[in-house]
Write a protein that binds this ligand. Sequence first.
Ligand code: ADP
Ligand code: MG
Length: 141
Amino acid sequence: MKLLEAFRITSEAELSKPVTSLLDRLKSGDWVALNGDLGAGKTTFVRHIIRMLGSDEIVSSPTYPLLLEYVVGTQKIIHIDGFRLDGATPDPWDFREWKDAIVFVEWSEKTQLPRANFKFIVQILPLDEGKREITFFSPSF
Ligand code: ADP
Ligand code: MG
């Protein structure tokens, strides 16, 4: 993995910094793996992404639907949570239908999604007192 950029933020409001930076890097068709423990802030990160793109749609966790889809302007956003998958059974979607979507995936290692398709890894690490370390990596295979 190649380190691209690292942020230390002290509140959720400061997510605007990493979110803006990631949006500058993203284009249609890119996939992003969000890594981090339960409660690290993966879903919150996607919520801020969708807000920053200009949507006021409610962004909830895809824990139960597994996949949630948003359209902001002409950009389709797909948000997946693989937590409830077991890593062995086939995924309940066909990723070949996602051509122009930007795709965010929590717990990607529990899905069957091809690793080589991920353009970025966003790692979220909770520190003390609600602080977070957020690091962008470019996967290398
Ligand atoms: P995950 O999807 O990784 O399980 P969530 O996004 O659901 O985690 O966030 C869990 C909790 O952490 C929420 O209560 C949220 O408000 C809080 N949180 C998320 N991101 C941040 C942040 N950057 N700074 C402070 N608190 C955060
Ligand atoms: Mg989540």
